[in-house]
Write a protein that binds this ligand. Structure first.
Ligand code: ATP
Ligand code: MG
Length: 441
């Protein structure tokens, strides 16, 4: 997965995000370059730093959507953060370095899942043994050979029934996993370590209180216990650290919200520029203490995105601008694109509504002309009032289907066809009247 070609990455994104080809290509190339870099001699690798990307496009055109889909596709540590939630060091709030700590935590989780998958068979065997043992009366110490053979026979029989799932509803007692339910958000890594060791000391090991649960549930609980027992935490951390340093991606959303617009003299938050300054070393490459140890950020890829309505990229401090050399603009959405967004993606809005109503036993059908009309009205509403991009489709579809959604239970077993006239009737009036549009769509 990590070495998909740019074409493959774009092809995958195409299934979910319509248009915006420039943005897709740029990101795909940036990701591929990381793979290319890994093939270089080590000495050269150090000098090839990633080229960070700045995505510019008005609201609702797919900036976040591209990032979200990418995260699913690449089995790489990925986090999306809002730049506006950070405050300068010294101000109350989250400091900028915490994004790297969050990324490290994501990587650890990712590696844990991968490794658990790799030793899946071992884990299942561990779980089966534990459960079958609990279901059989224990073999007393010093039992005769005959008793032992008996025990083994019933063990085998029990295991067979276990594997067939015949025991799933039986109740057994298991130790609940001992997980600190304390938040790690915002804690410094030192504090997290203290917290972890306190939990260890108080818990005196890994076992939590005993609880009676069904075998089916015990399987899930014991799987966690198994992977904790069978996997070595230290080597997981080491792998995760390497993964973050070489493959981590930080998506910095709403970067325009920390730009200080030059031509607006309204109230300005003095900490905005501070946040930008705090970002500099992290984007450039520095070391951040995390629970995986000290993580170097040199090769982490940063993708920043913003609408830049009220500010321009040039309102960011020059040092930060320079650290995002790749610029891509996302186009605003045409009527045609809106139509495609409505129908083409794997879980497009139309398919979502159809699936939701199918739960009520209602089959919802759209004539093509009606969907064209939805796209046209959405486009008009964007033109006449604010351009909120594809999100307009949500408001239009909600309005169009509000009655049906409410009365669905009365139409069980029926097929409801939405034709163009229906769309015109429900939406047309609203779009004609600008004031209504402002309030309703
Ligand atoms: N090009 C597109 N293809 C498919 N769906 C899209 C596209 N653009 C937007 N959408 C849909 O519109 C919604 C909003 O898009 P998204 O969250 O990507 O907006 P954004 O560009 O990040 O806007 P903002 O600047 O407000 O954060 C999502 O539900 C997404 O599915
Ligand atoms: Mg967004």
């Amino acid at each position: 997965m990590e070495n998909l070609t740019p074409k493959e990455i774009v092809a995958h994104l195409d299934r979910y995000v319509i248009g915006q080809n420039d943005a897709k290509r740029t990101i795909a190339v940036a990701l591929r370059n990381r793979y290319r870099r890994m093939q270089l001699p080590e000495e050269m690798q150090r000098d090839v730093t990633p080229k960070n990307i700045l995505m510019i496009g008005s609201t609702g055109v797919g900036k976040t959507e591209i990032a979200r889909r990418l995260a699913h596709l690449m089995k790489l540590p990925f986090i999306k953060v809002e730049a506006s939630k950070y405050t300068e060091v010294g101000f109350v709030g989250r400091d900028v370095e915490s994004m790297i700590r969050d990324l490290a935590a994501t990587a650890l989780q990712l590696v844990r899942e991968e490794e658990s998958k790799r030793i899946e068979n071992e884990i299942e065997a561990y779980v089966a043994d534990k459960i079958v043992e609990k279901l059989l009366p224990p073999l007393p110490a010093g039992a005769s050979e005959e008793k032992k053979a008996d025990y083994e026979a019933s063990y085998a029989r029990m295991k067979e029934r276990y594997e067939k799932g015949e025991l799933d509803t039986l109740k057994i007692k298991v130790h609940m996993p001992l997980k600190p339910d304390l938040p790690e958000e915002g804690l410094s890594p030192q504090l997290i370590q203290v917290q972890e060791s306190i939990v260890k000391v108080l818990g005196g090991g890994k076992k939590g209180p005993e609880k009676e649960v069904s075998v089916a549930e015990a399987k899930k609980i014991l799987r966690t216990e198994a992977s904790e027992t069978l996997l070595d935490e230290e080597s997981l951390k080491e792998k995760a650290k390497e993964k973050v340093e070489k493959g981590g991606i930080v998506f910095l959303d709403e970067i325009d919200k920390i730009a200080v617009s030059s031509d607006s003299h309204s109230r300005q938050d003095p900490s905005k520029e501070g946040v930008q300054r705090d970002l500099l070393p992290i984007v450039e490459g520095s070391t951040v203490a995390t629970k995986l140890g000290r993580v170097k950020t040199d090769h982490i890829l940063f993708i920043a995105a913003g609408a830049f309505h009220l500010s321009k990229p040039s309102d960011l401090i020059p040092e930060l601008q320079g650290r995002f050399p790749l610029r891509v603009e996302l186009e605003s959405l045409s009527e045609e694109t809106l139509y495609r967004i409505l129908t083409e993606p794997k879980h497009s809005l139309v398919k979502q509504y159809q699936a939701l109503l199918a739960v009520e036993g209602v089959s919802l059908q759209f004539e093509e002309s009606s969907l064209k009309a939805v796209a046209r009205y959405a486009y008009l509403a964007n033109e006449k009032t604010e351009d909120i991009g594809a999100r307009r489709l949500h408001t239009v579809m909600e309005k169009l289907l509000e009655e049906i959604a409410f009365e669905a239970d009365e139409h069980r077993g029926e097929t409801i066809v939405i034709d163009e006239a229906t769309v015109r009737e429900r939406i047309g009036d609203v779009v004609e009247d600008e004031d209504k549009t402002r309030y309703i769509l």
